[in-house]
Design a protein around this ligand. Structure first.
Ligand SMILES: N[C@@H](CCC(=O)N[C@@H](CS)C(=O)NCC(=O)O)C(=O)O
Length: 241
């Protein structure tokens, strides 16, 4: 673990990679309105590691992924679920982004459940759809019709049904409130969920128009001034296929 506390001047530091889910941590930092350091990393432009993170991200964590948050005391935290929990717990003294309810739909257990749903279940469907897409476009041309046919079968039998069930569930959660667990300000669930929804939205692997509350929630998140500031401060956020 590398200590960057001195360099960080008692501020957290975000190790931020272009076109990545780190953008959502940048959004949270802007929402919190705290001082922080931002180290920008670009994806490799060519060679065998084209589009991958640069080796320099391994200097702060062996996995070399982004986001990495280096705390003011020099501890390196990976995984957005842990980073969002840490940042909100440490810096949200007014409780703007904390869940505050005690009923089943708004308590901390529900928050944990929905963070897990976003990361494991919804992301699982998104990744399966992405893999099928890349398998199709990256395979040799003579195999492509066969792979396209197998991919269509997996979509029909599994992926599309999962997407529909999951997006309907999410649409229902957003029926009477602006964010997944709140009105007014997002919570950790929204900071987690936005990336997975945007993967779907930007790549068009599934149409979210039939889920109007999800679409309205997405548009509400990206209309926030903090989201816009984060977009200006980051170094690109293109998720299209
Ligand atoms: N589960 C991790 C995912 C981290 C991750 O996979 N980051 C990607 C960017 S979206 C990355 O660094 N990719 C570059 C690479 O693998 O070379 C989290 O929540 O932070």
């Amino acid at each position: 673990m590398t200590s960057m506390a001195a360099e960080g001047e008692n501020k957290p530091t975000l190790q931020h990679l272009s076109d990545s889910q780190s953008q959502t941590i940048l959004w949270l930092l802007e929402e919190l309105e705290i001082p922080y350091n931002l180290n920008l990393f670009e994806r490799e432009k060519s060679g065998p590691n084209k589009n991958r993170a640069p080796q320099s991200l391994k200097e702060t964590h062996p996995l070399g992924k982004s986001p990495q948050l280096i705390t003011a005391s020099g501890r390196v935290i990976i995984e957005r679920s842990a980073i969002t929990a840490y940042l909100i717990e440490t810096y949200d003294s007014a409780g703007k982004f904390k869940v505050s309810g005690s009923d089943d739909d708004h308590d901390s257990l529900r928050e944990q459940e929905l963070v897990g749903f976003a990361e494991a279940s919804f992301n699982g469907t998104v990744m399966t759809a992405m893999m099928l897409y890349y398998l199709k476009v990256l395979s040799p041309f003579f195999l492509r019709p066969l792979i396209a046919a197998v991919s269509a079968m997996i979509h029909l039998g599994y992926v599309d049904k999962e997407f529909d069930a999951q997006l309907k569930y999410m649409d229902g959660l957003l029926k009477d409130q602006e964010y997944f667990m709140s009105n007014g300000n997002p919570t950790r669930v929204d900071f987690m969920m936005i990336f997975f929804v945007q993967m779907v939205y930007h790549s068009e692997v599934v149409d979210i128009a039939p889920y109007p509350n999800v679409k309205a929630w997405h548009d509400r998140c990206v209309a926030r001034p903090a989201w816009k500031r984060a977009m200006e401060k980051g170094n690109g956020y293109s998720l299209g296929l």
